[in-house]
Design a protein around this ligand. Structure first.
Ligand code: SF4
Ligand code: SF4
Length: 149
C-alpha cells in the first residue's frame, strides 16, 4: 500500500509542477522518476483514484503529520522533503530571535533542512519550511517563531 500512496503523492506533485509550467523532463528530474512514468501519471494511467484520494488526504493533514507520513512512505529523506515542499499548500515564515544561543538543536530537528548554524546563530530559509514546528519544540531558549503567511 505505501507504494501506491507514494505514486499518488508523486502524481499530485507532478500535476502541481505541470501547473507551474515545468516540462515533463523537468518534472521527471525533480521527482527522480523517468519521463514515461511522468507521462503515465499525467495521463492518469497506472494509478488508482483511491491512491490519489489517500495521497490528497495526507497532504491535507497538519504540516507535522504530513511530514511524518511522507517520511514513513518514502525511503529517502530527500524524496519526502521534495514531496512535502511541492505538495504543501501553506507557507510559513521562520523568525529566529536574538536570544538564540547557537546550540544547534533546531538544525538537527529540522528534516526540511530549513535551518543552518552560522557564526553560532541559527538562520532559517523560510522557503524550505513546512511549518512542522519540530524546531520550536527543541529550542531551549524559545527563540523560534513560526508564522503562517
Ligand atoms: S517548522 Fe522548523 S523544523 Fe519544521 S520545517 Fe520549519 S524550520 Fe524546519
Ligand atoms: S535551538 Fe534555539 S537556541 Fe538552539 S540554535 Fe536553534 S534557535 Fe538557537
Amino acid at each position: 500500500m505505501p507504494k501506491h500512496i507514494a505514486s499518488g503523492l508523486k502524481y499530485l506533485a507532478a500535476v502541481k509542477l505541470k501547473d507551474m509550467g515545468k516540462t515533463h523532463q523537468e518534472i521527471a528530474r525533480e521527482l527522480s522518476v523517468d519521463r514515461s512514468t511522468i507521462s503515465h501519471y499525467l495521463n492518469g494511467s497506472n494509478l488508482s483514484w483511491n491512491s490519489i484520494d489517500v495521497a490528497r488526504t495526507i497532504t491535507e493533514l497538519s504540516p507535522r503529520d504530513f511530514l511524518i507520513m511522507a517520511q514513513a512512505i518514502f525511503d529517502k529523506p530527500e524524496q519526502s522533503r521534495k514531496i512535502v515542499n511541492i505538495c504543501q499548500e501553506r507557507n510559513f515564515e521562520v523568525n529566529i530571535e536574538d536570544s538564540c544561543i547557537g546550540c544547534g538543536l533546531c538544525v538537527n530537528a529540522c528534516s526540511m533542512k530549513a535551518i543552518l548554524l552560522e557564526s553560532l546563530k541559527a538562520h532559517a530559509d523560510s522557503i524550505q519550511c513546512c511549518g512542522c514546528q519540530l524546531c520550536k519544540d527543541e529550542c531551549p531558549t524559545n527563540s523560534i517563531k513560526i508564522l503562517e503567511i
